[in-house]
Write a protein that binds this ligand. Structure first.
Ligand code: GDP
Ligand code: GDP
Length: 464
């Protein structure tokens, strides 16, 4: 039973990965830290009974750098015969490590056991980072300075349990790897994706590729759709570090130009845990839409529009992100009645999305998915569109002629001040009533065919 246990997925390339080994006396939080680091990518860690003394290994990743993470279990140097046998294994792991995380407990302070682990690590010249765990708050964080006395460098405070500063620790860890070790072949530099040779994947004077978020409740078919989209447009797929920690974006070179799918981490892993945390998927979705130019809202047509779909749609809408609704699993609705019901329900429950495009698809069979490309392009074009000032003023003047605001109120001049989303500034002689502003917004939207793209209106007062 004392063989090393590996829970690492068989990537076939683990030999080449940098190795991080976690050591420390029992109860300092090694396993918790292990799970925390691995949890960043929602991998599954098996904790089999009877193997607690063995080392656990799993492939982990931080911002595009992959490494092998090893937990040495509740082992302490010295002691019984069994300990000696285990210790040889652990020592071998530590000697082969690129980084050794020496975990101590900030809520307890330095103990004799910590000292003996430290002596052993010094003896074998291990590349140590001292981790002051259980630094759950600022006060405890301040107490960690006594660990400086170990003479092993500045301790990094974390709370493995709450995730506090875990990202900072991983930054420190990854920085110690040999140059380029564990890096994914394609990644981004300064937000611009590069290929293996560091060549930029698109010309910097091009407009940046549109950013698309795929959102929806768990199990509606987001991953299936993502894989379908990527599979169809197969040309080239690249990973990029996302704009937020632990997010992975995917750049797909399509015949019509590159598209970035935002935060696809959860969609790309084969063995995803059952995403029981609906809350988590909501948080993740909201973060993704903040980063996106357009959202594909995936709905399971067999379940109709649920209140959770509705909530998510409201949030996406409120974030000002244009939406394309994907009614997925459409092939499972075989009778016309059922199909009409879903359509009616959609109109009723998602009325606030106006004329957002709705596509009826089967991500599983691929049916209908091809319709997305033109719709996406149209929506993205609208989002980035800039209307000449002359035309804006013409449309506003005509609208005012058709229906004056009354009481001498007038828009004197108008222009589109910004794109993404299109934002119009109206210079007025006095405050205009809200219904009238809505009327003008509608006039602009219709005249320039903005579809479902959210547009913003700003009002400035000017003397005549
Ligand atoms: P190991 O024996 O070193 O692997 O330690 P465990 O990971 O099993 O943790 C020992 C105990 O410390 C458990 O009860 C954990 O919940 C707790 N623990 C781990 N990390 C933290 C932390 O950051 N803060 C606090 N307050 N407790 C922690
Ligand atoms: P996610 O949690 O939103 O990423 O959903 P998945 O892509 O993992 O899909 C959840 C389940 O729905 C899987 O069993 C898929 O095979 C299934 N599924 C996805 N799209 C379709 C579809 O268009 N038709 C049918 N019948 N099943 C689908």
């Amino acid at each position: 039973m004392n063989q090393p246990t590996s829970t690492a997925p068989d990537t076939g390339a683990t030999d080449a990965l940098p190795t991080v080994v976690i050591v420390g006396r029992p109860n300092v939080g090694k396993s918790t830290l292990f799970n925390r680091i691995v949890g960043h990518q929602v991998a599954i860690v098996e904790d089999r009974p009877g193997v607690t003394r063995d080392r656990k290994e799993v492939e982990a990743e931080w911002l595009g750098t992959h490494f092998l993470l090893v937990d040495t279990g509740g082992w302490l140097p010295g002691g019984s015969e069994l300990d000696e046998k285990v210790s040889r294994q652990v020592e071998a792991a530590v000697k082969a490590a690129d980084v050794v995380l020496f975990v101590v407990d900030a809520s307890v302070g330095l103990t004799d056991d910590d000292e003996s682990v430290a002596n052993w690590l010094r003896r074998i010249h291990a590349p140590v980072v001292v981790v002051a765990n259980k630094a759950d708050n600022d006060r405890r964080e301040n107490e960690m300075w006594e660990f400086l006395g170990l003479g092993m460098g500045e301790p990094v405070p974390v709370s493995a349990l709450h995730g506090r500063r875990a990202g900072d620790l991983l930054d420190v860890v990854v920085a110690q790897f040999p140059e380029g070790a564990g890096r994914e072949p394609a990644t981004s530099v300064d937000g611009i994706p590069v290929d293996e040779d560091g060549e930029q994947l698109w010309r910097p004077d091009d407009v940046p590729p549109p950013r698309v978020a795929i959102v929806g409740r768990p199990n509606v078919g987001k991953s299936t759709l993502f894989n379908r989209l990527v599979g169809e447009d197969r040309s080239v797929v690249h990973d990029m570090a996302g704009t937020t920690r632990d997010a992975i974006d995917t750049l797909v070179d399509t015949p019509d130009g590159p598209i970035v799918f935002v935060d696809t981490a959860g969609m790309r892993r084969r063995s995803r845990i059952d995403d029981s945390a609906e809350y988590y998927s909501m948080v993740r979705a909201l973060r993704a839409i903040d980063d996106a130019d357009i959202a594909l809202l995936v709905i399971d047509a067999t379940e109709g529009v649920t209140s959770q779909d509705q909530r998510l749609a409201e949030r996406v809408d409120a974030a000002g992100c244009p939406i394309v609704v994907m009614l997925n699993k459409w092939e499972l609705l075989d009778d016309a009645e059922q199909r009409a019901d879903v359509t009616r329900e959609l109109e009723r429950k998602l009325y606030f999305m106006g004329d957002a495009p709705v596509l009826r698809i089967s991500a599983l069979t691929g049916k209908g998915v091809h319709k997305l490309r033109p719709v996406l392009q149209g929506a993205i074009e609208q989002y980035h569109r800039r209307v000449p000032t002359r035309d804006v003023n013409r449309v506003i003047a005509e609208a005012q002629q058709r229906q004056p605001a009354g009481h001498g109120l007038r828009v004197l001049y108008a222009l589109q001040g910004a794109t993404d989303p299109p934002t119009f500034t109206l210079f007025v002689n006095r405050e205009l009533p809200a219904p009238y502003l809505r009327y003008l917004e509608r006039s602009i939207r219709e005249a320039f065919e903005f579809g479902s793209t959210p547009i913003k209106i700003r009002v400035r007062k000017r003397s005549e």
